[in-house]
Design a protein around this ligand. Structure first.
Ligand code: FMN
Length: 215
């Protein structure tokens, strides 16, 4: 028996690529064993609040006088951190919004990144270390090497830095780009490339879900 934490953050509730792909992953993963369970968080439909105070970025023992966190915030942070702790695998839908991650996903990161609790500061604290996390990155344009967008993707580097480096998780990125090729005339010639990329993303996610589901 194994547990998956499934997060979506797309604001598109009808035609989202990342939602379709994280669902494919979750369904495949669940299909490996009927005993597998899934915790699902829709960060767009049920958004978390912004982090209400900088004090919440520090473990209690590391707060300076005057830095206080309300019990409600402590409870929410603990719940979100416990969801990650109890998960054997995470799948995270991460559309590109204005070159970065959606603010809803950022709010989740801000709640789970706590110095001295989930991130190292006064010792090697990294309770999520080694946990596999599959990031599904969707975006309308292309940011591939050699394109005008090269170097301006702030989704994948951010998630690698935070989930991988700071929190110590084992990050795999599955990319679906050019999702707007059928809608934006200038991208139309790249539509076949987008479709091939989507098919490859689907195949990779099915394979990953089977592998991670049988660990
Ligand atoms: C608010 C907003 C900002 C966007 N900014 C970008 C962008 O900077 N670069 C890009 O390639 N696509 C951008 N897009 C397009 C989305 O990345 C694209 O539609 C993608 O498929 C969204 O993911 P989803 O299909 O999982 O919802 C933006 C879309 C929205 C709604």
């Amino acid at each position: 028996m194994s547990q998956l934490l499934h997060l979506d953050s797309s604001a598109d509730l009808t035609g989202s690529t990342s939602r379709a792909l994280t669902e494919l992953f979750a369904d495949t993963w669940h299909g490996v064993s009927p005993e597998h369970s899934v915790i699902y968080r829709d960060l767009h439909v049920n958004p978390l609040p912004h982090l209400p105070t900088n004090a919440a970025h520090w473990a209690e023992r590391l707060r300076v006088p005057g830095e206080e966190v309300t019990p409600e915030v402590e409870v929410l942070q603990k719940q979100l951190i416990d969801e990650v702790l109890s998960a054997d695998v995470l799948v995270v839908g991460a559309p590109m919004y204005n070159w970065g991650i959606p603010s809803t996903l950022k709010a989740w990161l801000d709640h789970i990144c706590v110095l001295g609790t989930t991130m190292p500061i006064d010792g090697p604290t990294q309770p999520f270390r080694g946990k596999p996390v599959v990031v599904v990155s969707s975006r309308g344009n292309t940011y591939a090497p050699g394109t005008p967008g090269e170097g301006t993707d702030f989704v994948i580097p951010t998630l690698r830095e935070v989930l991988g480096k700071a929190l110590g998780m084992d990050v795999t990125v599955v990319l679906a780009e050019l999702t707007l090729a059928s809608r934006v005339a200038s991208l139309a010639p790249l539509a076949p490339q987008g479709e091939a990329g989507l098919a490859a993303a689907r195949a990779t996610l099915v394979q990953l879900a089977k592998e991670l589901g049988t660990r």
